[in-house]
Design a protein around this ligand. Structure first.
Ligand code: PXP
Length: 250
C-alpha cells in the first residue's frame, strides 16, 4: 500500500553557498539558512558537496552536522574522497548523484545499470554505518531495478525533464515525463524502495508530483532560494509546504 501521509520536504541550501561564494567571505551563511528552513517546516536539509566545492564547503558540512535538528541528506558523487567524508560524518542519508565538472547542475540521473558492481561495493560501507542510501536516477525501469539490486534503500527520481518541458511550454513532453514519473514511482514502490523526487521543482510544477502517493520526500533548492529574494526564506518554504500538503490532501 502506498503511503498517503505527509510528504517530507528536504530543503537544499546549496545556492545560499553559491551566492556567498560569488564574493568569498561568510555571507549569506548556509547554516543560518538551514536553521531558518528547519523553523519554516523543512523535514530535512540537503547539501551537495561537489568535487570542485563550487558551493557547499567541507566546513559547511561540519557545521550542518553540528547544528541541525532535522536529518542531513548529504548529496555526493561516487568517489573515494566523498565516501571517506560521508563515513566520517555519518549523515542520516546520502544521495549518490552523477557529477561532471563542466555541468551547471546535476543534469541527468546516475547510470546505475552500467556501474552496478562498482556502486554495490561503494554503498555497502555507507549502509553499514547506518546511512540511508538513496540513488538519484531518471524515471527508467532499468535504472530502478539496478538500484534495487545494488541494495539502495531509496531512489530519488529526477524531475528535471518534466520541469524543463513545463517551463518551455512543451506540454506534450511535460505530460509524458509526468506519466513516466508516476509509473516509475509505483514500480519502485512495488519493489520495496522508498521513493523521493526532485530537481527543478517550483510552485507551478510541485503539485502533480506531490500527489503521487508513493513519493515520500521532495528535495527542492534552487527555486526556493531564488524565491526567498522576493518573499524571504521562511515564507517561500511555507508556501511550498502549503502546496505540497494541498496536493497530498493533508
Ligand atoms: N535532488 C537532487 C539529487 C539534486 O542533485 C538536486 C540539485 O542539487 C535537487 C534535488 C534540487 O534541485 P533544485 O535545486 O533544482 O531544486
Amino acid at each position: 500500500m502506498a503511503n498517503q501521509g505527509k510528504l517530507r520536504l528536504g530543503v537544499n541550501i546549496d545556492h545560499v553557498a553559491t551566492v556567498r561564494n560569488a564574493r568569498g567571505g561568510a555571507y549569506p551563511d548556509p547554516l543560518r539558512a538551514a536553521k531558518i528552513a528547519q523553523e519554516a517546516g523543512a523535514d530535512g536539509i540537503t547539501a551537495h558537496l561537489r568535487e570542485d566545492r563550487r558551493h557547499i564547503s567541507d566546513t559547511d558540512i561540519e557545521g550542518l552536522m553540528e547544528v541541525l535538528t532535522v536529518p542531513l541528506n548529504f548529496e555526493m558523487a561516487a568517489t573515494d574522497e566523498m565516501q571517506q567524508i560521508a563515513l566520517r560524518h555519518k549523515p542520516h542519508a546520502v544521495c549518490i548523484v552523477p557529477e561532471k565538472r563542466e555541468e551547471r547542475t546535476t543534469e541527468g540521473g546516475l547510470e546505475v545499470a552500467r556501474e552496478e558492481n562498482h556502486l554495490a561495493h561503494f554503498i555497502a560501507p555507507l549502509r553499514d554505518v547506518g546511512c540511508r542510501v538513496s540513488i538519484f536516477i531518471a524515471a527508467d525501469k532499468r535504472q530502478i531495478e539496478a538500484a534495487h539490486r545494488i541494495g539502495a534503500q531509496v531512489i530519488e527520481l529526477h524531475t528535471g525533464a518534466y520541469c524543463d518541458a513545463h517551463s518551455e511550454g512543451d506540454m506534450a513532453t511535460r505530460d509524458r515525463e509526468l506519466e513516466a514519473l508516476r509509473e516509475m514511482s509505483a514500480f519502485a514502490h512495488s519493489l520495496g524502495l522508498e521513493v523521493h523526487a526532485g530537481h527543478g521543482l517550483t510552485y507551478d510544477t510541485v503539485q502533480p508530483v506531490a500527489a503521487f502517493p508513493e513519493v515520500m520526500e521532495l528535495n527542492i533548492g534552487h527555486f526556493l532560494i531564488g524565491e526567498s529574494i522576493f518573499l524571504g526564506l521562511e515564507p517561500a518554504i511555507q508556501e511550498m509546504r502549503r502546496l505540497m500538503d494541498e496536493a497530498r490532501g493533508t
